[in-house]
Design a protein around this ligand. Structure first.
Ligand code: ADP
Ligand code: MG
Length: 404
């Protein structure tokens, strides 16, 4: 589902209160009964509430549901998007919304800007895109909230991603700057770079390869495994060597002094080195890079590893802070982690790594270079022309709301 820019428009304060009431009601109700919406909105008199309800339904922020027992409404993705955007706007994190640059299976990636025009990335998690009917219904996390779980699970994914990005950033890892999280969204700095998937040639594959393996080992030293370490989730920044900055250089000289700096993204599936399947995930991350370098750059490392045993040894000999433990303490609890993991396992949420594995077969058959079309919108670099299509969030301002 796309972020519907058309739905981002002025709402009256009544509309807004009714929207917020739908959200509040859906914490305990699959379908929020109309009288409850009215009550939670704190608005007196029925006609205002009814008008607001029909306004919101018309622009797909809420949807009418005919239940066996009663009629009511549920918050639609558009409604949750609106509430999150509004909160980011109130806290001055986002001023305008630009182009959508990615539509993943479980997320939308959108270029946004703050009031000074500085571009940022908003990632909207959309875990419920896959039907919940495929989920085993006896799961704890679904028992009381079946259809509202898309909202809950998407929020968990955003919370988790933000918590890990923050911990990694604070400990010197090369990741985007985490800026804010609200509901099912996170806002981070925009990395001006292409995913490794898009890089056709690398001057020194061995160097980049060992740098990537060192990142995997470094993560482990801090107690972490990325879990989806692959060519889509590693952005490659081109940086001029510091001593060359400001000098007049020919193109060739520039090429010679460009350094490739990997920036790691996409953290909802990160796990602890103490996870029961840690070794499998660790090996998979390593294998993913090995396979990709072999196929794309025809580079095969002399050494077999790194192995999980080696990583554990490093962890003991030279322990970093345990970020797996730290993140748990910052609010993304072990229970939440388990819920999210169970959900992802149930609905078969596949990382990009799995997706690229699927597409490997196709590549191998027709090796001739249409690779970059794969992965759809995930591959695109952010668009430069954000200003043209930017929609000012002023239009989104909600009169008289104190929503945070
Ligand atoms: P998903 O979970 O859908 O794979 P990702 O976080 O991996 O989402 O983002 C998908 C794509 O969006 C990336 O492959 C990258 O091209 C782009 N992207 C994501 N975050 C950023 C960012 N901070 N800066 C620039 N591009 C980004
Ligand atoms: Mg990704």
């Amino acid at each position: 589902m796309k972020l519907d820019a058309k739905a981002i428009r002025y709402l009256t304060s009544e509309d807004f209160r009714v929207l917020a009431a739908c959200e509040a009601g859906s914490r305990n109700h699959e379908v929020v009964p109309t009288p409850l919406i009215s009550q939670l909105s704190g608005l007196r008199g029925g006609s205002g509430v009814n008008r607001a309800i029909s306004n919101l339904a018309k622009i797909n922020l809420i949807a009418k549901v005919k239940n066996a027992k009663y009629d009511g409404y549920r918050l639609a993705y558009g409604g949750l998007d609106y509430l999150a955007l509004n909160a980011h706007q109130k806290s001055k994190v986002i001023y305008s919304v630009g182009n959508q640059i990615g539509v993943g299976k479980e997320s939308d990636i959108i270029v946004v800007a703050d009031a000074s025009g500085a571009q940022r990335i908003m990632k909207i998690h959309r875990l419920g895109r896959i039907s919940f009917r495929t989920v085993k219904t006896n799961r704890d996390y679904l028992r009381h909230r079946s259809s509202a779980s898309w909202m809950y699970m998407s929020r968990l994914a955003a919370m988790k991603e933000f918590a890990f990005m923050k911990a990694l950033h604070e400990n010197g890892f090369s990741v985007p700057d985490p800026i804010a999280q609200n509901r099912h969204t996170i806002v981070m700095s925009l990395i001006d770079a292409f995913p490794l998937r898009q890089i056709a040639k690398v001057a020194d594959p061995a160097g980049l390869y060992s740098e990537l393996m060192n990142i995997i080992l470094d993560l482990a030293r801090y107690g972490l495994i990325h879990g989806d370490f692959n060519e889509f989730n590693i952005l490659i920044k081109e940086e001029l060597a510091p001593e060359m900055k400001g000098k007049e250089l020919t193109e060739e000289e520039e090429d010679e002094h460009i350094r490739l700096v990997p920036v790691l993204i996409d953290f909802p599936q990160m796990l602890s080195v103490d996870h029961a399947n840690a070794e499998m995930y660790f090996d998979r991350d390593v294998e993913c890079i090995k396979r990709y370098f072999k196929r794309k750059f025809h580079f095969v490392s002399d050494s077999k590893g790194p192995t999980f045993a080696e990583a554990r040894k490093l962890l003991l000999k030279n322990p970093g802070k345990r970020l797996d433990v730290e993140v748990e303490a910052t609010g993304f609890s072990r229970k939440m982690a388990r819920e999210l993991e169970a959900y992802m396992a149930d609905v078969g949420v596949k990382g990009d790594g799995e997706a690229s594995k699927d597409s490997d077969d196709e590549d191998d058959e027709g090796e001739s270079g249409s690779e970059d079309e794969e992965g759809g919108a995930l591959d695109t670099k952010y668009s430069e022309d954000v200003d043209d299509s930017t929609k000012r969030l002023e239009d989104l301002r909600v009169s008289g709301s104190s929503e945070q």
